[in-house]
Design a protein around this ligand. Structure first.
Ligand code: ATP
Length: 319
């Protein structure tokens, strides 16, 4: 059965070329509606595109996950698709560790078996939720433009998200229309997780009271911010090179004083990251900006145990 969603994904792939023809592709299937919808569409398109398709499933060993891996394996057998299973050895795995582990093992499977793309079922709804989640936590434009439809993981393997312009309402409709065996994950109804509260409470509230198209507008905003953020990041990189010494332990204040605040913040963030402060927060970056405009004479600012900056005349120096 051919649906309007098949046509939409096919067109998206034709326009973006994120999944070129004749490739070996690994579909990451959790068993939920999004990845199952994705798998079905990829399987139906594979002849047209001449792909070799396999499935990878990651078993987190959570009690709530019992049975999912067997369910996905059964689908692979019934649909006649090669199946790769990874099980974690880590006990008490948290959501964010689980995500990191998943990407690590998916990449291992792709490397060992010559796949050139790992394909996930991230949707427009996931993107909107991520934008809202990061906004609430105080992200700047970089943090608001996180999900893109493709991203290189290595020189030869890309992460690809063909459903990023498709909402979860559409994937649900598709799964019902085609009667796909969707696994209902109990974890998705647990309101202890911020992500679930955003999905089940905040987004419906925004849709009902503000904008029924809020997922789409957040997607558009994120695309615009991504381009702006990439541009500013590139410019900031050039200025950092120009204003710092070779080891990047010293910054020339005079150069930084001539650039706009938006770039000063980025240069300071890059400088701190280079000097081992992993994720500088807003206050730390602002402290650095203050140093740029501080009067001559010695002034010290401590950003963390590892990073202390001092101002000597025209230079900000890492101690
Ligand atoms: N256990 C799993 N096994 C295989 N693939 C998975 C698994 N869980 C998630 N995925 C893949 O990741 C996609 C997104 O899933 P989900 O939204 O649950 O992940 P997430 O933790 O939000 O991921 P991300 O951090 O990448 O946004 C799924 O559509 C699927 O392709």
């Amino acid at each position: 059965m051919w649906t309007s969603l098949h046509t939409k994904v096919h067109k998206t792939l034709q326009n973006s070329l994120i999944l070129p023809p004749k490739k070996r592709i690994l579909v990451a299937v959790s068993g939920g509606q999004d990845s199952l919808c994705l798998l079905k569409i990829i399987m139906d398109l594979r002849i047209k595109w001449d792909w070799e398709v396999s499935i990878a499933h990651c078993d987190h060993g959570w009690p709530s996950d019992t049975g999912i891996s067997d369910h996905v394996k059964k689908i692979s057998e019934e649909w006649n698709i090669d199946f790769y299973l990874k099980r974690t050895q880590i006990l008490k795995i948290t959501e964010s560790i689980a995500r990191e582990w998943r990407y690590k093992v998916l990449l291992e499977v792709a490397r060992e078996n010559n796949f050139t793309a790992i394909v996930t079922g991230h949707t427009l709804s996931d993107l909107a939720e991520t934008v809202l989640y990061n906004l609430i936590r105080g992200a700047g434009s970089h943090g608001l433009s996180v999900l893109t439809n493709t991203r290189p993981l290595t020189n030869s393997i890309n992460l690809v998200r063909p459903l990023l312009n498709t909402s979860r309402t559409e994937t649900l409709f598709f799964c019902r229309q085609l009667n796909l065996p969707v696994w209902e994950d109990e974890v998705n109804t647990n309101f202890d997780y911020a992500r679930n509260r955003i999905r089940k409470q905040l987004v419906p509230y925004l849709k009902l009271n503000f904008n029924p198209q809020v997922e789409k507008t957040l997607y558009q905003a994120s695309k615009v911010l991504k381009a702006e953020s990439d541009y500013l990041e590139k410019e900031a990189g050039k200025i950092l090179k120009l204003a710092s010494n070779k080891k990047k332990t010293q910054l020339n204040k005079k150069i930084l004083q001539t650039i706009p605040l938006a770039l000063q913040r980025r240069v300071i963030r890059m400088f701190l990251q280079h000097n081992k402060l992993q994720a500088p927060n807003f206050e730390q970056v602002e402290e650095g900006v203050k140093l740029i405009n501080s009067p001559h004479g010695s002034q010290t600012s401590s950003f963390s145990v590892q990073v202390v900056l001092e101002v000597y005349d025209d230079y900000i120096v890492k101690k």
